[in-house]
Design a protein around this ligand. Structure first.
Ligand code: HEM
Length: 443
């Protein structure tokens, strides 16, 4: 192998590790399926809507979460809903599903609203109007508070900064694409990222465990929340309960899956609106017309159709979960290709949402397309996944985003300090690299 080829390979691997979304070749955005890499270790990138449906919905039983994804998530989240498989996953989904029903999510509206208004009031109380803040960090704090308050009745509030810091270390070290997985290295191969993340994961789990036992020991508590349901509920189908360790796994899962994603979505929405004053004005007008006194009930949320289109368009361009990975259990055939057990399939909302065959002007921010094309189900749009493992928190997240936007946009607009330097970085989620510094401009 000529040395230059080795060097090229090395720099491609480095780029892949640094920010995998930069490495998709141009054909990725054109072809229905594409093998990334060669031979046994190749990963099949699937863009074709029918094939995506086959893997995630129709033949979902033949595909488990991919090794690459599990390698990143399972060390921290154990057997939580996001990482569990088989009977354990089914039981946990049955136990937790009622908490995310439309009626249950509607009851969380008031808590979401007061967290959003508290952030707005914090901004209003700042001594210098026009001050610069890192909007990405602000949204992280807000969405953490929302999950902690709505799902765990504030039980995780005590050391928010500590939990946040540990989670950032965990996600940042382990969330880089693990090259040992890409290269097919054996399980015993040393993985420095896992060693770096291990103390953060240990301490995170200890903190969560302590918060969970303090909250469950509190006899005065009235409301049945997710924590209580996880610890007391038996699976209606089998009567089985979750172990104490599985309760901790799931608390961490809901905290991790439920705050980074929504925070990043809010950052991208704010960024895109700041570049499109006409869309921003339309959102502010719609909020003023539909919810002049702020969002008071779930019906007002239904009327925010343009704001919803803005959210969808931001989720299309910057899907907070940019990759969905699967691994075949048994032989299958997709798009004329033989799929062997262990084959790695990648469905990348990042790619699918910008695919040339499915979207016109795919790189443009055009919220209107979600109003014009709402009847067109053929467009592959899956920011929340699809099939039995679709995001359980989808309704929760949509409601939260609508409430946050209607609390803050009538009061502020955001001016990114350096809009040209904002670019997406893929770790576990897709965030603005280096945060999103903006000037808060009161209206
Ligand atoms: C699963 C995206 C918000 C909890 C997923 C999946 C995606 C996703 C793509 C499927 C992963 C796969 O199939 O491999 C998002 C996005 C969000 C968001 C883009 C916000 C904009 C939330 C919220 C919660 C949550 C707010 C909880 C409060 C979960 C859980 C799963 C999941 C527990 C695993 C479900 C299962 O496997 O049964 N999410 N999510 N997510 N999400 Fe979300």
């Amino acid at each position: 192998v000529p040395p230059t080829r080795n060097l090229r390979l090395l720099s491609a691997l480095r780029a892949l590790r640094a920010n995998p979304i930069t490495l998709f070749p141009r054909q990725a955005y054109v072809e229905p399926v594409l093998a990334l890499g060669r031979g046994r270790r190749s990963i099949l990138l699937v863009n074709d809507p029918c094939t995506i449906g086959h893997v995630l919905v129709d033949n979902a039983g033949n595909y488990v979460k991919s090794r690459l994804q599990q390698d990143v998530l399972a060390p921290g989240l154990g057997e939580g809903l996001l990482t569990a498989e088989g009977a354990r996953w089914q039981a946990t989904r049955r136990i937790t599903a009622p908490l995310f029903s439309p009626r249950a999510v509607a009851t969380l509206l008031e808590d979401m609203r007061s967290c959003a208004l508290a952030m707005r009031d914090r901004w209003l109380a700042r001594p210098q109007p026009g001050e610069t803040v890192d909007l990405a960090a602000e949204f992280q704090r807000l969405t953490y508070e929302v999950v902690s308050r709505t799902l765990f009745s504030g039980a995780l509030d005590a050391d928010r900064a500590g939990v946040h810091a540990e989670m950032a270390v965990y996600f940042d070290s382990i969330g880089r694409l693990d090259l040992s997985g890409v290269l097919g290295l054996p399980g015993w191969w040393p993985r420095p990222a896992h060693h770096r993340a291990a103390p953060a994961i240990r301490s995170l789990r200890q903190q969560i465990k302590a918060a969970v036992s303090a909250r469950l020991g509190d006899e005065e508590h009235e409301r049945e929340d997710l924590l209580e349901r996880l610890s007391r509920a038996a699976d209606p189908a089998t009567g089985q309960m979750l172990s104490a360790g599985q309760v901790v796994d799931n608390v961490l899962t809901f905290l991790a899956a439920g705050h980074e994603t929504t925070a990043n979505a809010l950052s991208w929405i704010a960024y895109l609106l700041s570049l499109d004053p006409a869309a921003e004005a339309a959102v502010v007008d719609e909020i003023a017309a539909c919810a002049p006194m702020g969002i008071a009930d779930a019906r007002a949320l239904d009327r925010l159709s343009f704001t919803r289109a803005v959210i969808n368009e931001a989720l299309r361009l910057y899907p907070p979960a940019p990759f969905i990975g699967r691994e075949a259990i048994e032989d299958d055939r997709i798009c004329g290709r033989e799929i062997r057990p262990g084959a790695q399939i990648l469905i990348a909302p990042w790619v699918v949402h910008r695919h040339r065959a499915h979207w016109s002007e795919p790189d443009m921010f055009r919220p209107q397309r979600f109003l014009d094309d709402c009847g067109d189900r053929r467009r592959p749009f899956l920011p929340f996944g699809l099939g039995p493992r679709i995001c359980i928190g989808q309704r929760f997240a949509m409601q939260e985003m609508l409430i946050v936007l209607s609390a803050i946009l009538p009061a502020f607009r955001f001016e990114p300090v350096d809009p040209d330097r904002v670019f997406p970085l893929a770790r576990v989620t897709l965030s603005p690299a280096g945060g999103l510094p903006v000037r808060l401009v009161p209206r």
